[in-house]
Design a protein around this ligand. Structure first.
Ligand code: ADP
Ligand code: GLC
Length: 489
């Protein structure tokens, strides 16, 4: 039996979420715990934390936080969430804000200080709990200094000697890159200021801390783990990643079907499953009404998009082909927020095509579920996609995706015209290729209902379970942990 595994994360659904990281952290720790490994999560106590259903209690007031010395304190709150202990790091000046990382499109000016503090606090808290973890599993740049701290602490502290660290990259584009003067704030030893450490072209790069010092690095799909070794997808870090290739692997995310399954989804006006899809039609009509769309679209394909309005998601490709899409006599629904210019464009298109295009520029969890259910075709023209969860949800909701052949999209969608197809894939992130793929999907929807129903049925039958991914992580934890016990004697 392994000692506890600690997850360090800046988001965890249902307490906090801005995207897929929140979803993953809402499911993976619970799965690991269900599979028999004791699990805990450390995450910030944000001002907008939703803890209504899970009361928190003050566990450690004024916990000293510091590396290498303790100049400040944090209040530690805890909660039990389905058998997993959640530790919330509270320090008002850093986390008591309206948003998680910034307002609208600009980051908070002190994000470096906020998350350096978070990483230090996580390490201090684990020491305070006086129970050496088996594995500390950190995620994204906000938690990436934790493996770096453990690496250096292990040299002098018996407490950390037998604890392994894992670092998971969910999106290489977000690196936590800051001015070099913030290096002092980290408290890391001088030797970490190196091209093989956290230094990156004269700046502090927090993500590099995780890549350089973790015992193992993972990404969220096998394809992305290969793509990031190339210049095209490496975001400047492909060289560093290649040097750690022997320690890098891709473990595909799962989908949390306890939250995302039309057969049990309480947010839908009608539930349905692959054995009885009648409810989907009702969801569609209801959605058209909710969004003030043309009711005649009930007889035409409705295309849905849910995601951050950013270049990554290829939202601009949708805008580029929008007139051609409209010429296909389809409906289009966009839910997202992000770059102000894209938000404005979405609203402008809604005005230009009243009743045919609906744009909700907001972050609305409930509506995301209803769009998954009420659309016929899901658009996901991402330029890169480390894993992508929305396409997995779309498959389960019987809304075949049209997606780019990248990362997790290529690992989860079987492209038409394969016999066992579950969706549509196009190769190049160009408007022409994307349009061609949407046309293929729409044509099939119109002309060959039997083939379409086949795709839908197979899509709904896909199961990207967290159990499968969880077992892979546990194998990794065990290997690393056992290796350290032998090594440390
Ligand atoms: P990423 O993490 O890159 O944003 P994923 O596909 O992994 O992409 O996960 C996105 C998650 O965020 C999904 O749960 C999706 O439903 C949700 N989401 C994204 N944008 C919105 C929005 N505007 N409103 C509600 N949910 C959203
Ligand atoms: C990131 C990626 C997304 C992935 C998610 C969860 O936000 O952009 O592809 O699904 O993390 O791992």
């Amino acid at each position: 039996m392994l000692p506890r595994v600690f997850f360090i994360t800046s988001e965890m659904y249902p307490f906090s979420k801005t995207g897929g990281l929140g979803d993953v952290m809402g499911a993976l720790p619970l799965t690991i715990s269900r599979l028999g490994v004791p699990t805990a999560v450390i995450t910030p106590f944000y001002g907008r934390l939703s803890t209504a259903d899970f009361p928190v209690r003050l566990l450690l007031p004024n916990c000293p936080v510091g590396y290498p010395w303790p100049p400040v304190t944090a209040d530690i709150y805890s909660s039990d969430y389905h058998g997993v202990s959640i530790y919330f790091i509270h320090r008002g000046e850093f986390f008591d804000r309206r948003y998680y990382y910034g307002e609208r499109s600009s980051d908070y000016f002190d994000n470096a200080e906020r998350f350096i503090f978070f990483c230090k606090a996580a390490v201090s808290l684990m020491e305070e709990l006086q129970e050496p973890p088996a594995v500390v599993h950190a995620h994204e740049w906000q938690s990436a200094l934790v493996p770096a701290y453990l690496h250096f602490r292990r040299r002098t502290s018996l407490f950390w000697e037998k604890t392994a660290s894992v670092f998971t990259l969910h999106n290489l584009a977000f690196q936590g890159r800051f001015s070099s003067r913030l290096f002092d704030e980290t408290g890391l030893p001088d030797e970490a200021w190196d091209a093989a450490g956290v230094e990156f072209y004269g700046d502090l790069n927090m993500l590099k801390g995780g890549i350089a010092y973790a015992d193992a690095v993972t990404t969220v799909s096998p394809s992305y783990s290969r793509e990031i070794l190339t210049e095209k997808f490496g975001c400047g870090l492909d060289g560093v990643l290649r040097s750690r290739e022997f320690n890098l692997r891709g473990i595909l995310n799962g989908a949390d079907y306890s939250v995302w399954d039309p057969a049990t989804d309480p947010l839908l006006p009608a539930m349905y499953s692959k054995d009885d899809v009648r409810g989907k039609d009702l969801c569609k009509r209801d959605l058209l009404r909710e969004l003030d769309m043309d009711p005649d679209l009930a007889k035409r394909p409705v295309l849905g998009f849910i995601g951050r309005l950013r270049g990554q998601k290829g939202i601009d490709l949708i805008f580029r082909i929008l007139p051609e899409l409209m010429a296909l006599d389809v409906g289009l629904i966009i839910l997202g927020e992000g770059k102000p210019a894209y938000e404005r464009a979405a609203v402008e298109f809604m005005k230009a095509y009243p009743g045919r295009v609906a744009a909700a520029v907001s972050y609305t969890e409930d509506l995301a579920h209803r769009i998954q259910a009420g659309s016929d075709i899901f658009l996901m023209p991402s330029r890169y996609e480390p894993c992508g969860l929305t396409q997995m949800y779309a498959l389960r909701y019987g809304t075949p995706p049209v997606a780019t052949a990248v990362g997790g999209l290529r690992d989860t969608i079987i492209p038409w015209p394969a016999e066992n197809a579950t969706g549509f894939i196009f190769l190049n992130s160009t408007p022409a290729d994307f349009l061609e793929a949407v046309r293929r999907a729409v044509r099939l929807w119109e002309k060959d209902k039997a083939a379409w129903n086949g795709i839908m049925g197979r899509a709904m039958g896909q199961a990207f379970t967290w159990e499968r991914s969880g077992r892979r992580y546990i194998d990794l934890y065990r290997g690393l942990y056992q290796g350290l016990q032998t090594y440390a004697g």
